[in-house]
Design a protein around this ligand. Structure first.
Ligand SMILES: NC(=O)c1ccc[n+]([C@@H]2O[C@H](COP(=O)([O-])OP(=O)(O)OC[C@H]3O[C@@H](n4cnc5c(N)ncnc54)[C@H](O)[C@@H]3O)[C@@H](O)[C@H]2O)c1
Length: 333
């Protein structure tokens, strides 16, 4: 039985406590939040849960094997470092840390102590992303051309990070997982309108083999959109995460090019074939991820969303901020 201590019971923390408690091989033993109201709420649902407003009660407890850190990003590094120093495995929210240097330090520390770090990139455990990964791995899309995503809605304004750090970790993590081409450089632009942090931003990532990715993230959109297009030379894919059933559609559309000898013009023909909807497993991503965390700890297995993958995402986030400050200057990754 993996004994878990959770730190942070705000918006996302209740989902973490509920999912870890639903697993046979894990139990949330203690919960810490600096806010007493949050603890009262949790105690009503889980009367046996030990609660505390002092993180050291969890970080130093002999009864806890793993710590789940579900607090704002600026707190992740200190909490994760102390947890690792005290011999605890770490499940930490996205984004992993506030800087690349912090992420590197945590990865090194976990390695030295032979402990697992899992970064909560929840989307990697959705049926849609698993299916997209399978389609790309099995080369159904052919040679990849682009990854284009739009993740916009009204709010929620964060107090400590801009819209890129709030919304793009999802896209960077998904791209990192499904697109085999390595990111080489990025350019980002954005604007501040309200609280000192960019609330509208556009990020372009240049990857190996001419793959290009673009992310549109926005807290000032009148409508919520969660659309991703992935195009290859054989097929193209549209993922609308807000669709209840048919989230992913594959289109047999594309461009066929021929060159004729002695003719310099390209002969372009457009292919417009069938579209189909693959079957996607209906699973609660966080439940699958919680199970996977327990499995990785029990078997000393490195997770797909380990500290190193969290570090790759933080590298892109840090580069995006540097580029935004410099009006879109290209930053090598
Ligand atoms: N994976 C996802 O899809 C997803 C979704 C939402 C949020 N998140 C992430 O979860 C984290 C928390 O986000 P949220 O929206 O729940 O924030 P929140 O502000 O609603 O909740 C954070 C909670 O942590 C507590 N807290 C803050 N600092 C603390 C400390 N040092 N010790 C103990 N308690 C502390 C606060 O009192 C609050 O109750 C962020 O990193 C966010 O990016 C992930």
């Amino acid at each position: 039985m993996l004994r878990i201590g959770v730190i942070g019971y705000g918006y996302w923390g209740p989902n973490i406590v509920r999912n870890f408690n639903a697993i046979d091989r894990a139990q949330v033993i203690s919960l810490c939040d600096v806010n007493a109201n949050a603890l009262t709420k949790a105690s009503k649902l889980y009367p046996a849960l030990k609660t505390s407003r002092d993180v050291t009660d969890i970080l130093t407890s002999k009864d806890i094997d793993a710590v789940a850190i579900i607090t704002p990003v600026y707190t992740h590094f200190e909490l994760a470092k102390k947890a690792l120093q005290n011999g605890k495995h770490v499940f930490v929210e996205k984004p992993f840390t506030s800087t690349v240097a912090q992420a590197e330090e945590l990865v090194e520390l976990a390695d030295k102590k032979n402990l697992q770090i899992m970064v909560d990139h929840t989307f990697l455990f959705t049926g849609a992303v698993k299916k997209i990964k399978q389609l790309i791995d099995e080369e159904h899309l052919g040679r990849l051309y682009y990854y284009d995503s739009m993740r916009v809605n009204l709010g929620l304004f964060q107090h400590d990070v801009n819209v890129v750090w709030d919304l793009a970790p999802h896209d960077f993590a998904i791209m990192d997982y499904v697109v085999p081409a390595k990111p080489l450089a990025l350019s980002a632009t954005g604007e501040v309108h309200y609280n000192g942090f960019e609330d509208v931003a556009y990020v372009t990532v240049y990857c190996e083999n001419n793959v290009i990715a673009h992310f549109n993230v926005n807290w000032l959109s009148p409508v919520k959109v969660r659309n991703t297009l992935i195009g290859g030379d054989k097929k193209m894919l549209v993922w609308n995460d807000l669709e209840a059933d048919e989230k992913v559609k594959i289109y047999d559309k594309g461009v066929d090019i021929q060159t004729r000898e002695s003719v310099y013009d390209l002969l372009v023909s457009y292919r417009s074939g069938d579209a189909w909807v693959p079957k996607i497993a209906q699973i609660e991503a966080l439940r699958a991820e919680a199970e996977y965390f327990v499995e990785c700890v029990e078997n000393n297995k490195t997770p797909i969303n380990d500290g190193v993958s969290g570090l790759r995402v933080v590298k892109m986030l840090e580069a995006a901020n540097a580029s935004i400050k410099d009006k879109g200057r290209l930053i090598e990754l």
